[in-house]
Write a protein that binds this ligand. Structure first.
Ligand code: ADP
Length: 349
């Protein structure tokens, strides 16, 4: 078992900044748990607390049922991978992989076996004799992963491991990490600001904002049932349309929509209606919006359109491709509506 459990974890830095304001969650044994949120939300701090690189201000952290609050990093049975791979430039790939094991005085045969296994898993066998400068960025990041791998830790902590890679490599190494996780079955905590990484990699996702956990769930749970306006706007690209307005007598009237009023089941009062870009469709009986910008992606098009002050982004089939200035009749699918309380930002229903 290598479950990671956080109870009421708080981190206040010396300057008084509250980076983590009471976090409680469990990464189950074998789970890949993604911590995601915008820059500064406290996700790296959380990971560093679990690694033991920062001291807790309050709360407790347990790894495999052992409270590790007072346990130094090297005895926590974890391995960490950072975004800057921090390889030793003068050492070969083999020696980079072996370095930590040698420091721990592992037996030569054991080192050779573990380095060989890690190299095989990561497709690095052919480059074991090379220096880091002779590698591509993707290979370097795989060596960094390999260094964690050879330690055979209970828990992997990964902090933005893909952010130094170009988009194509990012997709490839992302798949490497997913494969690795599946093969090893080890617990992984993975920090990223990138919601696509979170959605594609996570068994579950913890969304953070300003040091507070916003929601925890599987990617689909969060996508289909965002618990508040922050999660609604953060996950999904393009972002969910969030339309403040009023609902009464069975109708919703968004603010600034030039009198657009729509019969929609939902809660009464001041609300925010959330509709994903795919929640709209072209419908001759729909309401007219004017196209302001079009982004063609090939498979579909993201169309930014407005009606008066009301702006929406919709995902449409690209043929025929709408043009700027076109008037599009748009209807929204009632089953695609998310309702939020305007004052609290919390999901209703
Ligand atoms: P993230 O990884 O989500 O970008 P961090 O965990 O690095 O965020 O930081 C969370 C907040 O704590 C940020 O506002 C950051 O400026 C602040 N912070 C991080 N490290 C320190 C530090 N050593 N001293 C004071 N404030 C810090």
């Amino acid at each position: 078992m290598s479950e990671v459990r956080l109870d009421g974890v708080r981190k206040v830095y010396a300057n008084g900044h509250v980076a983590v304001a009471g976090a409680s969650f469990v990464a189950a044994s074998g789970e890949l748990l993604v911590l995601v949120g915008p820059s500064g939300c406290g996700k790296s701090t959380l990971l560093r607390l679990i690694a033991g690189l920062e001291e807790l201000s309050a709360g407790s952290i347990a790894i495999a049922d052992r409270v590790v609050n007072e346990v130094p990093p090297k005895d926590r049975d974890i391995a960490m991978v950072f975004q800057n791979y921090a390889l030793y430039p003068h050492l070969s790939v083999y020696d980079n992989l072996a370095f930590g094991l040698r420091m721990r005085k592992a037996a030569a045969a054991d080192i050779d076996r573990r380095v060989g296994q890690a190299a095989a898993k990561l497709g690095l066998e052919a480059v074991l004799g090379r220096k880091p400068r002779e590698l591509s960025g993707g290979q370097r990041q795989r060596v960094a992963l390999g260094r964690a791998l050879v330690r055979e830790p209970r828990v992997f902590l990964l902090d933005e491991p893909l952010s130094n890679l170009d988009p194509q490599l990012r997709t490839q190494v992302r798949r490497d990490i997913a494969d690795l996780h599946r093969e090893l079955g080890s617990t992984m905590l993975y920090v990223t600001h990138d919601q696509v990484e979170a959605m594609t990699l996570g068994d579950r996702i913890v969304v953070l904002h300003q040091g507070q956990i916003q929601q925890i769930g599987t990617p689909l749970e969060l996508y289909d049932h965002p618990g508040n306006l922050f999660v609604a706007g953060f996950l999904g690209s393009p972002a969910m349309n969030l339309l403040p307005g009023r609902r009464d007598q069975g109708h919703f009237t968004p603010d600034g929509g030039d009198g657009w009023r729509r019969e929609l089941p939902g809660p009464p009062g001041r609300v925010v209606l959330g509709v994903r870009p795919e929640g709209f469709r072209l419908d001759p009986a729909g309401t007219e919006f004017t196209v302001r910008a079009v982004e063609l992606l090939g498979s579909d098009a993201h169309v930014h359109a407005h009606r008066g002050e009301l702006e929406v982004t919709v995902r449409l089939a690209p043929r025929p491709l709408p043009k700027v200035g076109d008037r599009l009749p748009l209807a929204l699918d009632p089953t695609e509506c998310h309702w939020f309380d305007e004052a609290s930002g919390l999901r209703i229903g």
